[in-house]
Design a protein around this ligand. Structure first.
Ligand code: SF4
Length: 191
């Protein structure tokens, strides 16, 4: 019987050796994810940016600092949750990963979520949302804050990506995302 740590290490090794889509050609480091494997809540973004590609860690650039702030304001410490992305290698110039790239990488995120088995997942942005709704064309603006049932029991709460908040600099939007984080927190089951 493997521990969660051992299982995640196996996933990480496979990601490190992965050449299943063209993003492997331009990556500096893969970015698997980090955090507490016993957490009840996982935050999923789109893909690594420049800082993440340099360091091999998720959400460490400006968007990451904002995410950390929002987590703290929700009552979480960053190290208590798990943070990862839909694709594990940086798309050049931070473009949106293509559907082929997302499909090639999909099994890694599925494996990570199976290992952690959280009560709730926060989908940060449209790319993360599309992972959980199988590519249906739904606007994040319309469905943010509305929980989706995924795999018969896990709640997925879609909200805006922190990068979007950085681009818009709206206090209202920031408040909205904070409310979505708090809603997501309310789906954590007491043990
Ligand atoms: S993005 Fe995913 S599928 Fe593509 S090379 Fe990286 S780990 Fe493999």
């Amino acid at each position: 019987m493997f521990t969660k740590e051992e299982l995640m290490e196996i996933v990480a090794k496979r990601v490190e050796n992965c050449t299943a889509c063209p993003l492997y050609l331009t990556r500096t480091n893969v970015v698997v994810g980090e955090g507490n494997l016993d957490t009840r809540i996982v935050f999923v973004g789109e893909g690594p940016g420049e800082e993440e590609d340099k360091t091999g860690r998720p959400f460490v650039g400006r968007a990451g600092m904002l995410l950390t702030e929002l987590l703290q304001e929700t009552g979480f410490r960053r190290e208590d949750v798990y943070i990862c992305n839909v694709v594990k290698c940086r798309p050049p110039n931070n473009r949106t990963p293509t559907s082929e790239e997302r499909l090639a990488c999909k099994h890694f995120l599925l494996a990570q979520l199976e290992i952690i088995n959280p009560d709730v997942i926060v989908a940060l942005g449209a790319t993360a949302l599309s992972f959980f709704i199988e590519g249906k064309n739904v606007s994040i603006t319309k469905v943010r804050g509305t929980p989706i049932d995924w795999l018969g029991g896990i709640k997925v709460v879609p909200t805006f990506h922190p990068s979007y908040l950085l681009r818009n600099r709206s206090k209202e939007l920031r408040k909205t995302v904070l409310e979505d984080f708090k809603k997501a927190k309310s789906f954590i089951k007491e043990v």
